[in-house]
Design a protein around this ligand. Sequence first.
Ligand code: FAD
Length: 440
Amino acid sequence: CFCELEGSINDCGCEVDTVDHFNNIKIYPRLKSLLVKNYFRFFKVNLNRDCPFWPDDSKCAMRFCQVENCEEQTIPPGLMEHGDNHPFMKPTAYKYSEAAQHADCSDADDFSSVLGIIDTSISDQAHKEFELWAKHDQAEEDFCIIDENDEGSQYVDLLLNPERYTGYKGESAHRVWKSIYLENCFGVQNRSNTFSEYLAQIDLHKMCLEQRAFYRIISGLHSSINIHLCSKYLLSETKDFLSPQGVWGHNIQEFKRRFSPETTNGEGPHWLRNLYFIYLVELKALAKAAPYLRRENFYTGIVEEDQETKMAINDLLSVVESFPNHFDENALFSHSPQGVRFKYEFKEKFRNISRIMDCVGCDKCKLWGKLQTQGLGTALKILYSEKLNIATESGLWEKPHIEIDPIFRLKRSEIVALFNAFGRLSNSIYEMENFRKSLR
Ligand code: FAD
C-alpha cells in the first residue's frame, strides 16, 4: 500500500517505523489527555484581520467553516481576569548554582527583574525605551506574527471547534497554498499558470538543504491538514439521535485521491513522508525547550488542575527527551555568511506565512492554520533563537542553555500553539495507521 512508508526520513536519518511506534504508543496517548486541559484548550486569536495581500475573495458559506464562540463562564478564572499576561504565567525562576548566585547579575532570573535593576539607575523615559527595545529584540526572534495582544483577539475553545472537513476548497484554498509554497522561492521562478504546474517545477535535488527543509516542513503541514479532513470527513448529513451533527468519520477514497501515487503523479507518498519530517522538527523543539517548560506554571487559576497539568507535562517531556534519534537542527544554517543569510530569509518567509493565514477564506481552517503556523514558528524560534545558540569558532552552535537564559521567553499563546500544533502532527501519524489498516 502506498501509505506503508519504509526506510529513513529524508534529511533526518531516522526510520519511519521508529517514529510510528514512538508516536502511537508513547506520545499520542499522553498528548490526547493533556490537550483537553484548560490551559491548552483556550487559544487567543484574531480571526478578523484583513488579508494584506489580496482583497478577501470568498468567505466560506459552509456552516462547517464557522467557529463557535466560547461561553464566557467556560474560560478559566485565571485567564478571564488576567488574560495571557498574568505574572504566574511566567516560569518560576531557574535555581542558580551557589557560585552563580554570588555573581553580579545572577538575580536576573526574569525579564522584569532585569528591568528592576535598571530602574534604580535610569529615568522612566529610558526605562520605557529599554522596554521597547527589549520587546523589539524579542520580536526579532519570532518566526511568526502573534495575535495574542491584538485588540481583535478572542479566546476560542479548541475542543468546541475540532479541525475536520469543512468543504473549503477551490480557487481560494489553492491561492493560499500556492502563496505559502511560493514563499520558498529561493531560486524557483513562478512561470506556471496553475498550482500543479508550479508544484511540478519544484526539484528537490536542485535545492540546498535549507530550501528542502522549508519545502518539507510546509508540505508536511499540508499533509497533516489534509489527513485530518480525510479522517474527520462528513460522510452523511443525515442527522439522528446518535449523530445530531451528521455522520463524521474516515473517508478512505478521499485519502487515496489525495495521497496515492496514481492520482498525485507519484508524489503522494513523498508528501506523507514530509509529515514525519515536520514531526521530528517540532519534537526536537520540545526536547530542547524541556528545561524551560518544566519551570512553567501552566496557570489557569484552578489550582488542582494546574498541578495535574504540570505533572502531565513533566511526564510527556521525559518521554520526548528519551527519543533516540532527534532531528539535528545544527545541520541547517551554518555560521557562514550564507548560512546567516538563509536563516534571516527563513525567518522572514515564515513570518509572511503567518500573514497569509489572514487570507484563508474559512474561519475554522484559519483558526487551525494560524494555530499550527504559530506552533511551528515557536518550534523554529526554540531551535534557532540567537539567544540560545551562540556560534563557536568552529562554526557550530553551542549547546543550548535555555534553562538559564534570562531573556528567552515563550508567551502563553506560543506554548498553547506549540503543544497543540505538535498534537495535530501526532494525531495525523496516528491516523495514518488507521488508514493503513483499512487499505491493507
Ligand atoms: P489541495 O490540498 O488544495 O492542494 C493543492 C495542490 O497542492 C494539489 O493539487 C497538489 O498538487 C499539491 N499538494 C497537495 N498536498 C500536498 C503536500 N502535502 N505537499 C506538497 N504538495 C501538495 N479543508 C478542510 O476541509 N478542513 C480544514 O481544516 C482545512 N484547513 C485548511 C487550512 C489552510 C491554511 C488551507 C490553505 C486550506 C485548508 N483546507 C481545509 C482546505 C484543504 O487543505 C484543501 O485545500 C481543499 O480540500 C482542496 O483540496 P485539493 O484536492 O484541491 O488540493
